[in-house]
Design a protein around this ligand. Structure first.
Ligand SMILES: Cc1cc2nc3c(=O)[nH]c(=O)nc-3n(C[C@H](O)[C@H](O)[C@H](O)COP(=O)(O)OP(=O)(O)OC[C@H]3O[C@@H](n4cnc5c(N)ncnc54)[C@H](O)[C@@H]3O)c2cc1C
Length: 510
């Protein structure tokens, strides 16, 4: 039966343990070598197994719930461990989009698309970083993943829409981002609920407040179970057929973000707590190779003072860096805008707009007041009667800001942006008061982790599968490279590889 406890402190504990490894240990883990402090546990370390199952799934988000269902459908006894008191992970916070090609939904909407087209588009975003075999599976299996969700009761009532960096890469955008609904639920809640209801209907066991900490391996290096903290006690849990890592990303582990990613540690996170890279670390500790550890999906955003996590957006006015200059197409794909923001001085910039634009877009974000009075009062938004005063408050050279706005106003009038090829919202900035709203890079998730093959088997540093160890979702690397491929790519990877991992783990000999 499910047990519940608050384990946020426990994730802090494991994080402190990780920090103790220091930079050398972290770098060693990146290469897949074995830091001494992360010694793998062998069969001889286990006096007694407190629980047993066929397939053990670590993490109850999108990938974990999918893997559990797939393993159950393949006839296995399944146990899911979830470190938090609730399931859903980042999946439940998401927009509920899945990126897919050649689906029945696209056909219904008259969108002509192929898996090959999606593969080529996805690979083009990777900048040679992503793993062609992993992307091939994500493209080829994506329609089946959508059908699988439909089979569980998910619906896709709206036409899939084009949300990716294609235009910036000289490619034609295609509507591939399918947004799920499930009964009265929408977005990420619908995405997780459709899976969780199926898990509950089948009576699959989910143990909450259970943090997997170490993999236990046999003499031949294959995985036979885990050591987990359950209700403050060490437990050894035997997996007779296989273990599926589905523990998500490391967006809440500053040391990993600082080591692997560009500016990741200086970003605000949009994800819930718990995403501390536990699965990556457990896999690296037994010799797994890493893949695309630098990859992120992110967006410009801000952190309202009263909230514990950041929110995305808004798209408004022009983006001006600390030099007082524009640097990006402000209406481009979010990950494109975030990558450019990360490259600016201090990875900070301001959305600059005027009173007329504010009125037109009010409220400029769902969490903000229409007038912005409260936000100005709280110091979240700057307001000034002239551009020169605004520049002073922003800490940027006034003459630069005035020149930048003047140039933008010329583009707005011509409805053409020769500087950054913006194609929309040609609104001049001319009527005071003027506003500046600081934007920082915020993380949707990390996308680097254990290297997997098309069968979702975790590979060691020599490219060989580690026996009975599978990974799915953002704990596995390979899918995302320099740019995020399009809205829904992460949930594609979660469901597609969750299905494969669960099925293959169940089919191992018990
Ligand atoms: C605001 C927002 C909107 C987004 N919108 C979309 C979208 O529309 N489409 C899309 O594709 N992506 C979207 N993303 C990204 C996407 O939601 C995530 O990348 C994806 O859900 C990751 O799924 P997962 O199953 O791999 O991990 P998660 O859903 O994060 O689940 C991992 C689970 O593992 C648990 N766990 C971690 N460590 C352990 C441990 N040691 N032991 C036991 N349990 C553990 C965690 O608590 C968590 O429940 C969005 C992200 C955010 C923040």
């Amino acid at each position: 039966m499910a047990r519940r406890r608050n384990d946020d402190e426990r994730s802090g504990l494991s994080r402190r343990g990780f920090l103790k490894l220091g930079g050398v240990g972290v770098a060693a883990a990146a290469l897949g070598s074995l830091p001494l402090a992360a010694r793998a546990l062998g069969r001889d370390d286990v006096d007694e197994w407190q629980r047993e199952t066929d397939v053990l799934v670590i993490g109850y988000g999108g990938a974990g719930a999918t893997a559990a269902l797939a393993a159950y459908e393949a006839g296995a006894d399944v146990l899911v461990l979830e470190k938090r008191e609730v399931g859903g992970g980042t999946t439940i916070n998401s927009g509920g989009f899945i990126y897919a090609a050649a689906t029945s939904i696209q056909e219904r909407e008259g969108i002509d698309d192929t898996a090959d087209g999606m593969y080529e588009s996805w690979i083009a975003t990777g900048g040679t970083m992503n793993d062609a075999d992993v992307v091939r599976v994500a493209a080829d299996e994506s329609a089946e993943s959508v059908e699988w969700l439909v089979g569980l009761g998910g619906e896709f009532p709206n036409p899939p829409y084009a949300s990716g960096p294609e235009r910036k890469l000289g490619r034609e955008p295609v509507g591939r981002s399918h947004q799920i609904r499930y009964g009265d639920y929408d977005q990420g809640v619908a995405f997780f609920r459709v899976l969780a209801d199926a898990v509950e209907d089948r009576g699959i066991d989910v143990l909450y407040g259970a943090t997997a900490e170490r993999l236990v391996i046999d003499d031949d290096g294959s995985v036979i179970g885990v050591r987990a903290q359950v209700d403050g006690q060490d437990e050894y849990i035997r997996a007779h057929r296989g273990v599926v890592l589905a523990s998500g990303g490391f967006s809440h582990d500053e040391a990993m973000l600082a080591t692997y990613t560009r500016h990741g540690h200086r970003s605000e996170s949009l994800t819930p707590p718990g995403m501390t890279g536990d699965g990556q670390r457990m896999a690296f500790a037994i010799g797994a190779a890493g893949a695309t550890m630098t990859a992120l999906s992110r967006t410009p955003g801000f952190r309202p003072p009263e909230m514990d996590r950041a929110v995305a957006g808004p798209m408004i006015g022009i983006m001006v860096n600390l030099r007082g200059e524009r640097y990006v197409d402000e209406y481009a794909f979010y990950d494109w805008r975030a990558n450019h923001l990360a490259a600016q001085p201090e990875a900070r910039a301001y959305a600059v707009f005027d009173e007329r634009i504010r009125e037109q877009q009010a409220p400029i974000a769902p969490t903000l007041s229409r007038s912005l009075d409260e936000e100005v009062e709280a110091g979240l938004v700057l307001r000034a009667d002239s551009l020169a005063e605004l520049a002073e408050a922003m800490g940027v050279p006034a003459d630069r800001l005035e020149r930048t706005v003047e140039r933008w106003n010329q583009h707005a009038e011509a409805e053409e942006d020769p500087d950054f090829e913006r194609e929309t919202a040609f609104e001049p900035i001319e009527e005071g008061p003027f506003y500046a709203f600081e934007q920082v890079v915020t993380l949707y998730d990390t996308a680097g982790g254990a290297r997997i093959d098309p069968e979702a088997r975790v590979l060691n540093v020599f490219g060989e599968p580690i026996g009975r160890l599978y990974a799915a979702g953002t704990v596995a690397g390979g899918a995302v490279g320099e740019l995020y491929p399009g809205s829904g790519a992460a949930l594609n990877v979660a469901v597609t590889f969750g299905r494969i991992a669960g099925r293959n783990a169940a089919n191992e000999e018990g």
